[in-house]
Design a protein around this ligand. Sequence first.
Ligand code: NDP
Length: 454
Amino acid sequence: MGIATINPATGETLKTFEPLDHESIEAKLTLGKQVFESYRKTPMAQRANWLNAAAEILERDKVKFGKLMTLEMGKPIKSAIAEVQKCAWVCRYYAENAATFLADHHIDTDASQSFVRYQPLGIILAVMPWNFPFWQVFRFAAPALMAGNVGILKHASNVPQCALAIEDIIKEAGFPEGAFQTLLIGASQVEAIVSDSRIKAATLTGSEPAGASLAATAGKHLKKTVLELGGSDPFIVLESADLDAAVTTAVTARMLNNGQSCIAAKRFILADAIADEFEKRLVEKFKALNVGDPMEETTNIGPLATPSILQELDQLVQDCIAQGAKVLIGGKPLDRPGHFYPPTILADFPPGTPADNEEFFGPVALLFRIPDINAAIAKANAIPFGLGASAWTTDETQAQRLIDEIEAGAVFINGLVKSDPRLPFGGIKRSGYGRELGIQGIHEFVNIKTVWVK
Ligand code: NDP
């Protein structure tokens, strides 16, 4: 697929872009290296002013940016606008807190003074996906820029106008020319860029193959990476749970972003005692969802972002059905233009279906029944991924066991797994490594320099 804006609600190609050639990439890397030498010396307060200005631009034009996202990748307009506002939040959060997070950290030793100083690394490459086209980029850019790094963005090929808009926002906010640059390039051009000595580290959010490929190249050149990959997050509901709250949250947790979120709840693990009731209510709520034009405020579910996302999802669903899984609702693409898949619930899986180890990236819920908490934890962990987990119980002892024993980068008890600028975000197992957000996120791309003075 080339670099293009293709409306997923209609399939219409609206704009195409030529990938940058070698000379243009070279010019941008040269500029990035040059600007880093001066940018790294700018006072933290100055960087904070620029980042706060970026937050204001985001809020000022939130409808415009929201519409751009919806046009390019199909998320419902209300959540697109909310995403822009969340980007303003992460900018303000790091503008306010970076100086504290990066202050010298004194440690008593045999020296007269010893401390840790956090220093920027240089140009950091961000390879980003289309599912949260603004949020994924700002949650990288805000801490990186506050730390004194400069950024190069290779965004997904289906959101080029979002990528260019983000570069413009950062420029308009006052950051020096070249402090944050978008490269309109295809995935095959990434290897050469990671290998370039001017790139000091890289972060990628996306699929396992993309993450493994980037990390292999970075490893060859001994460069640090942070990877945020897929997930098949469990949503555990035990007998003592508040069922109303759990079912309502389950719908949001599965359907956010038309179901295309790494931290969406994908496997619903239900205690036998409440499973019939939960299933009945979930089916009712899924039936009530409004599938349609994502530009309409009343739409809950828009199209999937690309034809291949739809095909891959449908293939997984058909494989499950062929092996004996039961369809409670939905189960095949909608017969209309655009890449629409209906809210779908599958249950009663025999062993060995894709539900055991694949990520279902779309509006498909997988239901499992378990007799007790031991089985719930075993089922939650029986997956190659470990990103987030949501677990519902009013029993404090059970809550403690879930917190301790679930293999994931985050456990949310009685709540929706969500990213928050104040909390670290990332996974274990095949969901990746490293953390974004919080104090941990800003410490990923810095030289943690030990200083010892006699
Ligand atoms: P990809 O992983 O292919 O795309 C994510 C980003 O990585 C894009 O910028 C893409 O560029 C780039 N990329 C792809 N291959 C390489 C490579 N070999 N080296 C360097 N960069 C690369 O995701 P898809 O859009 O193809 O989605 C496929 C599946 O990935 C989804 O079904 C889902 O399971 C998972 N996914 C997970 C996300 C998450 O939030 N964790 C986000 C998106 C996808 P380009 O667009 O030019 O190919």
